[in-house]
Each structure stands twice: as C-alpha cells, then as structure tokens.
Design a protein around this ligand. Structure first.
Ligand SMILES: NC(=O)C1=CN([C@@H]2O[C@H](COP(=O)(O)OP(=O)(O)OC[C@H]3O[C@@H](n4cnc5c(N)ncnc54)[C@H](O)[C@@H]3O)[C@@H](O)[C@H]2O)C=CC1
Ligand SMILES: O=C(O)[C@H]1O[C@H](OP(=O)(O)OP(=O)(O)OC[C@H]2O[C@@H](n3ccc(=O)[nH]c3=O)[C@H](O)[C@@H]2O)[C@H](O)[C@@H](O)[C@@H]1O
Length: 438
C-alpha cells in the first residue's frame, strides 16, 4: 500500500519535502497555518523561488496525490508526519523560538492514528526531541501509539529539490528499531547502497545538524578573517583559498570570501547553538562561535565603510548601485541577507541606493519597503558613483564592464563576493576593489 505522508509547515523546507515525498511515490498532504501560502501551493504555484520546484509541484498536484490545507484534520490516517515548521531566532535573545514546533505538535496530536511516526525535521536545540516526545505523549489521544524520531535536513536553498531527492547522507535519530526501519523505508527510493545512513539517538541527531551548520559558518568566517589579514598585508585571499583548498584535509568548498554568510539558517543556528550550550552550562565550548558571528557581521560593516571611503567620506546623496538582494544566488530568500543589510545601512546614511536582484525584489520590498529598487542591473547602475556586487548571480558575472562603464557616473566597483574578473573590469577602466584581494 502507498505510504501516506503529512508535512507540517510548508515553507522553504516543508514545501520541497512535501513535493519530494510525492516524487518518491507517496500520497502527501502539506499543512500550514499560512492560508496564502497554502492557497498558492494548492494552485500548484510555489510561494518562493526554488529551481525545479514549480515543475514537480504542478506534476504532483495534477494527480491529486499532493494536496495542501490549513486543516490539521487532514493529517489523520497518515503513516508518517514530518514536522518542518520554522525555528527562527527569538526577538529577545539568541535562542531559537520554539513556539512553532510546540504549536505544531499540539495541533498534530489529536489527529494521530495508531502506530504512526512523527518525524522532526526542523533545526532545533538539543533536547527538543525528547521534550516533544513527552509533549506528544501527554496530548495525543490515549492509545494513539505515536512514536517520535528526528531526521535533520541538510538541503541547501537553490539546490533543495536535488538535495531532497538525492541526499548526500541521512541521519535518523530514533528510539527504536521500528522507527529506523520505517524511516529507511520512506527514503529507500531516494538513496542507493552508497548513501551513508547514520542512525543515532535523539540528542546526537539534533547535534549533528547544528554542528554541521556551525562548521560551515566557521569555515566561511575563517576565510573572511584571512581576507582581513590579506587586506592589510597586500595579499590575495582568493589565491590563498585555492592554495589551502588543494589540501584534501581542508577542501576548497565554503572558502569563498566576501561579505559573509546570511540566510534563514547559518546565522540563527550558530546563535541558538550558543544559547543552548549556555543553558547546558557549556558556554565555554562554543565561545568561538561568538567570534565567528562577529567576523561575519564585520564584513557588512567593512563594505559600508569602504563605500563611504570610495566616495570621499559621505554617501549622502550619492548614487550607489546594489547588485543583489538575496542572501545567495539561485534563491529569492532575503532572510538576514548581507546584501540587503548593506543596502539598508547605506540608505540610512542618506545614499541614493538602487537595488536590483533577478529573483528577490518582491521579498526585499516586504522587508525594506523604503529602499529604491530597479528593474534591471543596467537601471540600478545608471549614474552610480559606486557599484556594489553583493550576490553572485550569473547575470552579474556576465555584465559587460565596458558597456557599464558608459552609464555610471564613476567606474568604481566593489566585488563583495570576490568572483568578478578583476582584470577585465580594470581593462575597461574600472577601479576594482575586491575584499582581501588586490
Ligand atoms: N530553509 C532551509 O534551507 C532549511 C531549513 N531548515 C530548518 O527547517 C525549519 C523550517 O525552515 P524554513 O522552511 O526555511 O522556514 P519557513 O519560515 O520558510 O517555513 C516555516 C513554515 O512553518 C509554518 N508554520 C509555523 N507554525 C506552524 C504551525 N503551528 N503549523 C503549521 N505550520 C506552521 C509557517 O507558516 C511557514 O510556512 C527551520 O528549523 C530551519 O532551520 C533545515 C534545513 C534547510
Ligand atoms: O540549515 C540550513 O538551512 C541549511 O543551511 C545552509 O544552506 P543555505 O542557508 O541554503 O546556504 P549556503 O549555500 O550554505 O550559504 C549560506 C551563506 O553562506 C555564504 N557563503 C557560502 C559559501 C562560501 O564559501 N562563502 C559564503 O559566504 C552564502 O553566500 C550564503 O549567504 C547549509 O549549507 C545547508 O546544508 C543547511 O541545510
């Protein structure tokens, strides 16, 4: 019999997971409290930009095997329930806001059938799974027999469909062999014999997730610290990254220097990890993450200061072109976007900023409605005193520096992602400034 799956929370993670489960052949219902999001998904439209998602959504919505609703009663009868709700940073501190996970468990509990599996996928502070198992036991109908497991997700936005359908590894935090067997069954069609499946207890599974993100954030801040040193020493951090990256023990990935990491995950996850370590009496173990965070935030400030310096001291009334609003290319996500943060700071200092992004303008407008936005890279750059390249979309890499030089006021470019062809820009008459790169 076809497995029936429910996915609670249909944001960047949950919508892709629901679609992925349908692609694996299951009958799937996605539930969210956001009626607009549900309505879009139910029409077969992805509520955000993610390559490949629209096609699969349309394909499976048409068969009726993939449905979306705000009504939790629709999850009744599902064999496996995946909890994918948000765990954002709390407004009053560094810790994760667990309200949404708790609410999802409470809404799910009354509808659980006998012998179903509830699987947490959200990124949570260690100890959450055990607490949610207790919560479920207290609220689920007597005899419901639901079991809880934690299966953290490692997908990257921009590659979310691919990562869901072909995960590089799976982690199953379980308390029984039966839960492991069921999870192996769910993912059987997504993996081959070589895909590592790591089966752990609940706290280890939760920690794997946050430590993976902490490591990635640390690697990025490491190279950005090297960029700071390279800047004052007159060295080239991009060459340095290539050279150390050839050492297989180090590896070149996540050594791209620039304005640092943003998004809905790395920044809030390292902060929540520090907060949890503090609650567990182990603040000292993760004290280095405060520096990782500080190095990262310094990158944004550095570009703001550099821009001011490049225009002779004050950005007031100067036209600044900002290429990029998303926190990274192939995504329309602007959560904690370094590019938007820099644009916002310059705007507040009186600059006449013009922001362009191929996919993220609509989301950027919601967060920063007062920022001026352009319809194209050329429009953003017209009459600019400085061009800031802040999100490395392919479209920006392909800009013709000679053509652009003809429409700006002053040909000065700051390459916040260290990936433009410096020689080509200089040859076209530009003052090129990389970050930690001559
Ligand atoms: N975005 C990503 O690439 C990845 C995210 N994660 C983790 O997945 C979780 C979700 O992240 P995103 O999808 O990015 O967040 P998101 O904000 O895009 O989506 C969360 C969704 O949960 C819904 N929701 C909130 N409370 C609810 C409730 N009580 N019942 C049903 N739905 C509810 C919201 O309306 C929203 O649509 C987070 O813990 C995040 O750290 C993990 C791996 C990758
Ligand atoms: O927990 C999550 O949500 C996800 O967080 C990250 O994925 P994501 O946020 O989609 O984006 P990344 O591709 O990791 O990039 C994060 C940020 O780091 C920046 N970055 C990345 C790599 C690099 O070398 N340098 C660098 O500055 C990017 O521009 C971006 O702002 C992880 O890569 C995923 O494995 C994880 O599942």
């Amino acid at each position: 019999m076809t497995l029936r799956i429910s996915v609670i929370g249909t944001g960047y993670l949950g919508a892709v997971h629901a679609v992925g489960m349908a692609e694996l052949g299951y009958t799937v219902v996605g539930v969210d409290v956001d009626a607009d999001k549900v309505a879009a998904l139910a029409r077969g439209e992805a509520p955000f930009y993610e390559p490949g998602l629209d096609e699969l959504l349309a394909k499976h919505s048409a068969t009726g095997r993939l449905t979306f609703t705000t009504d939790f009663a629709a999850v009744a009868g599902a064999d496996v329930h995946f909890v994918c709700v948000g765990t954002p940073q709390r407004r009053d501190g560094l810790a994760a806001d667990m309200r949404y996970v708790e609410a999802a468990i409470d809404s799910l509990a009354p509808h659980l059938g006998s012998e179903c599996l509830v699987v947490g996928k959200s990124t949570v502070p260690v100890g959450t799974a055990a607490a949610m198992a207790d919560r479920l036991a207290k609220t689920a109908p007597v005899g419901a027999g639901a079991e809880l497991a934690w299966n953290p997700e490692f997908l990257r936005e921009g590659y979310a469909v691919e990562d869901t359908l072909r995960p590089d590894r799976l982690v199953f935090g379980v308390t029984s062999g039966d839960a492991e067997r069921r999870l192996r069954g769910v993912y059987a069609r997504a993996i081959d014999d070589d895909t590592p499946v790591i089966v752990t207890d609940l706290p280890t599974a939760e920690l794997v997730k946050v430590s993976a993100n902490a490591f990635l954030a640390t690697k990025i801040s490491f190279i950005n610290a090297m960029a700071e040193i390279a800047e004052v020493a007159g060295a080239d951090v991009t060459k340095l990254a290539d050279a150390i990256g050839h050492d297989a023990r180090i590896g070149r990935k996540y050594l791209n220097s620039g304005i640092g990491f943003g998004g809905g995950c790395l920044p809030k996850d390292i902060r929540a990890f520090m907060a949890r370590a503090g609650e567990l009496g182990a603040s000292h173990s993760l004290a280095f993450l405060a520096e990782v965070d500080a190095i990262n935030l310094r990158r944004r400030q550095y570009v703001v200061d550099l821009t001011r310096e490049l225009v002779g001291g004050s950005v007031a009334n100067r036209r600044i072109a900002v290429l990029g609003a998303a926190f990274k290319p192939h995504s329309d996500d602007v959560r904690d976007s370094p590019a938007l943060n820099i644009a916002g700071q310059l705007h507040l200092q009186g600059a006449r900023v013009s922001v362009y992004d191929p996919k993220a303008i609509a989301n950027a407008r919601k967060v920063f409605p007062t920022l001026p936005y352009a319809e194209s890279a050329m429009e953003a750059c017209r009459d600019a005193s400085v061009v800031l390249h802040l999100t490395e979309w392919q479209e920006f890499r392909e800009l013709d520096p000679a053509e652009l030089a003809g429409i700006v006021e002053t040909p000065v470019v700051v390459d916040g992602r260290n990936c433009l062809d410096a020689d080509a820009w200089r040859a076209a008459g530009w003052t090129y400034r990389g970050l930690g790169r001559p």
